[in-house]
Design a protein around this ligand. Structure first.
Ligand SMILES: [Zn+2]
Length: 73
């Protein structure tokens, strides 16, 4: 294996690693979201999240992520 081949192989592996890391981050974010989301809603069907910047469930008091929060990156 030449040095040039090593370097191009390394680039390939790095790209693969980055791909897998992104996939892992997405899976972890999904896992965290599953555990953290709360399904409470008011009688009229609106979600019970109250607040502007930081949403907190009015029923269980759980901290909810803002919908547009980036989960990673
Ligand atoms: Zn709740």
């Amino acid at each position: 294996m030449t040095q040039a081949e090593r370097l191009s192989r390394r680039e390939m592996l790095r790209a693969k690693i980055a791909e897998h890391e992104a996939a892992l981050a997405a899976l972890r974010a999904e896992e965290a979201k599953l555990l953290e989301d709360c399904e409470h809603s008011y009688g009229d069907g609106r979600h019970a999240g109250a607040g502007a910047q930081v949403k907190i469930c009015a029923i269980c008091g759980r901290l909810l992520r803002a919908r547009d929060d980036k989960l990673w990156g």
